[in-house]
Write a protein that binds this ligand. Structure first.
Ligand SMILES: NC(=O)c1ccc[n+]([C@@H]2O[C@H](COP(=O)([O-])OP(=O)(O)OC[C@H]3O[C@@H](n4cnc5c(N)ncnc54)[C@H](OP(=O)(O)O)[C@@H]3O)[C@@H](O)[C@H]2O)c1
Length: 285
């Protein structure tokens, strides 16, 4: 979709983290926005911030981990914007810890939001895009899916699946005017889920900056994916494609690389911190 001016978009996960940066980037191109997440107050404040810059932005509170929430999001966006040209599936949950210790409820929650919520929302916006012969779906996946990040097995698996999901949708609807892209950031420094974890780490415990990027770069990647109709856009300090190519040839190399970069140790310590926090929260009898 080359012309973004006056296009309309749903951006999920718009209340905090990377989402507000994506809204800013699309809004500055003239895209009218429906901001979706659960926290109504934060969505309202994000919408006001965007409106001060002349951007059309409507808060649409909805829980995308439920079927009714997905319906609410689509109906609210249609009320606010009319038709929807762009869907940015950005809302996501992570789940850090040793896989065998993850509670079933946490496992289900991450699958519901990352996989089912994303697929259901995409399914609901497609018919009107197809009828108008115009639309683009962007899903924020993660480089974690390609590397097989330890202590993030569930999260990384959902992200790998989302890359395949976007690739299938892109092939299936080719020639209809509707396209799809996956954006694969590495660890985002400055906002979002990794930044929160980074702030909890003791000073000196830092992973290699070679596998990091900034929220604004992710937001720019979303715009590039739509304007240039790219199948996948990776976001990292250094070009990541050659590394991903090598990982495809030598799948075992991902684990080695993550150990060299300090990611494995850092995530292992983060998993320990969470386990300690969980234990402290557990009432003692
Ligand atoms: N940060 C990173 O290092 C990084 C790296 C690679 C990929 N990513 C991906 O980038 C995306 C954004 O990540 P982030 O770091 O910005 O995460 P974040 O700071 O945790 O924000 C997550 C967003 O999703 C929303 N959300 C959570 N559960 C929801 C639900 N059930 N229904 C609707 N909205 C929900 C949250 O809002 P409410 O709580 O208000 O609902 C929030 O707006 C995710 O898909 C993540 O996997 C992040």
């Amino acid at each position: 979709m080359r012309r973004l001016k006056n296009a309309t978009a749903i951006v999920t996960g718009a209340s905090r983290g990377i989402g507000p940066f994506i809204c800013e980037s699309l809004g500055s191109r003239g895209v009218n926005l429906a901001l979706v997440a659960r926290s109504e107050a934060e969505l309202r404040s994000q919408a006001r911030r965007l409106q001060r810059h002349g951007i059309v932005a409507a808060p649409v509170p909805a829980d995308l981990a439920t079927a009714s929430g997905v319906d609410v999001a689509v109906a609210g966006a249609a009320r606010a914007l009319g038709s929807v040209d762009i869907l940015v599936n950005n809302a996501g949950l992570e789940c850090l810890g040793s896989f065998h210790e993850i509670q079933p409820a946490a496992l289900r929650a991450i699958l519901r939001l990352n996989m089912e919520g994303t697929m259901q929302l995409t399914r609901l916006v497609l018919p009107s895009m197809l009828a108008r012969g115009r639309g683009h779906i962007v899903t924020i996946a993660s480089a974690a899916g390609a590397f097989g990040v330890p202590y993030q097995a569930v999260y990384a698996s959902t992200k790998a699946a989302l890359v395949t999901f976007m690739s299938s949708i892109r092939s299936e609807y080719r020639g209809t005017g509707v396209s799809a892209s996956a954006v694969l950031p590495t660890l985002v420094v400055g906002a979002g889920m990794y930044e929160r974890e980074r702030l909890l780490a003791p000073a000196g415990e830092r992973i290699s900056w070679a596998l990091t990027c900034r929220p604004r770069e992710v937001a720019r990647a979303v715009v590039r994916a739509i304007e240039q109709d790219r199948a996948e856009v990776t976001v990292n300090r250094f070009p990541l494609r050659p590394v991903l190519g090598l990982l495809a040839l030598f799948p075992g190399a991902g684990g080695w690389l993550l150990r060299q970069m300090g990611v494995t140790d850092s995530f292992s310590r983060a998993a320990d911190r969470r386990r300690c926090a969980d234990t402290a929260d557990t009432p003692r009898t």
